[in-house]
Design a protein around this ligand. Structure first.
Ligand code: NI
Length: 181
């Protein structure tokens, strides 16, 4: 099934999410459905809070960037109970959007590389470094698990300028091509 995507203003996007165990009910189906939902919305990442579940699960699909970086040709990954424990000092700007904030795109500064422990969809533990597009998307999705969205990372000035748009999102005044709630 394709899940409706939770929009900015919902408390679900502000809660800190909880770890899950391999016994989490119907996990494989949930992951498959998240990929379907992501594909339907033409996104590159989706975190469980965005479909109304405050659990530490997100998926990333970097294949749209395969033209620029062929190592991303099969980069569709599942991250469970992830913990970012190292971030590069070097940062860069990237124009981000979010399926939960339709119509908003802003340059966000983040570390260019991270190290992270996580489980994959089979609950196999990994400890891995990411940089480039994957590091960018992973950090964005990881923020969702912490109850943050990308606009929280903008300057106070920039956030203030976006206040009207954010209020409209909270009040359900937006248009987008995928199912929302
Ligand atoms: Ni997002």
């Amino acid at each position: 099934m394709i899940y409706p995507i939770v929009i900015y203003g919902s408390q679900t996007l502000r809660n800190v999410s909880q770890d899950i165990t391999p016994e989490y009910p119907d996990l494989k189906k949930l992951i498959d459905d998240m990929f379907l939902t992501l594909e339907e919305a033409s996104g590159v990442g989706l975190a469980a809070p965005q479909i109304g579940k405050n659990i530490r699960l997100f998926i990333v699909d970097c294949t749209p960037w395969a033209d620029e970086d062929e190592s991303l040709a099969d980069f569709k990954r599942v991250f469970i109970n992830a913990e970012i424990y190292e971030r590069s000092e070097e940062t860069d700007l990237f124009n981000e959007g979010c399926l939960s904030l339709p119509g908003l795109h802003e340059d966000v500064r983040r570390p260019v590389a991270i190290r992270m422990r996580y489980m994959d969809e089979n609950f196999v533990e990994h400890d891995e470094e990411f940089d480039g597009y994957p590091a960018r998307v992973i950090q964005h999705e990881y923020d969702h698990l912490e109850g943050k969205v990308f606009t929280d990372r903008l300057s106070a000035l920039r956030r203030n300028l976006l206040k009207g748009k954010l209020t409209k999102l909270s009040n359900g005044k937006y248009r987008c091509s995928y199912k929302t709630k």
